[in-house]
Design a protein around this ligand. Sequence first.
Ligand SMILES: [Zn+2]
Length: 210
Amino acid sequence: MPESLENPNEVPPEDEALVEALAVILLADMTLSVIKSRITTLLAPLGLDKDAVAEATNLAMNIPRDYEPMKVGNGTAKASIRTKLIRIRAGYLLKASRRLSAGIKDVPLKEKRNKLAREVTRESKYFKLHQQMQRKRIQAAKDVDRMAKVYGDVLGWLSLPGGPRSEICQKANGHNFKVSEMPAIGFPGAVHLHCRCIAVAPWAGASLLP
Ligand SMILES: [Zn+2]
């Protein structure tokens, strides 16, 4: 799975406006068919296959209730992650549309339906990973909020040994971060699929993560 798919801060600059617009459509109170046609129209200038975009939309439209930004809870980790979840889902939709469209490019018309079905099966696996990451983000935010109740707004980052540790997690290890200002890499526990980072009491004299 492409890593850039999952980092909320790694939407390429040229895609940012599209991702924002997709996020708004995904949360809009409209019927599925209206949402689909809005997305098709929005993505039309990209020249993607319409059936591919429709299939990607089918996957991405399954929006849990807790993707909606919270009206209260300012300063909590949960509130900040909830402003990101829909944007990450929108980024997923854009990438899935491109992948599915590329998968059926130049396929003869009579084979297109079958080929697209196979591509959708593969894409569903990516989508499951994406959902897993989103659940990790929500859980990480809850864990961080629980620690903030004990130690306040500044917490320490601890990367636990014993699992696959990414370079990002190892670099964050031993630094502090602010709960009210989500670090660029997200909260501990949700940097990547196997992230085993946790929030702990703030480290004395440690610098804040950007
Ligand atoms: Zn980690």
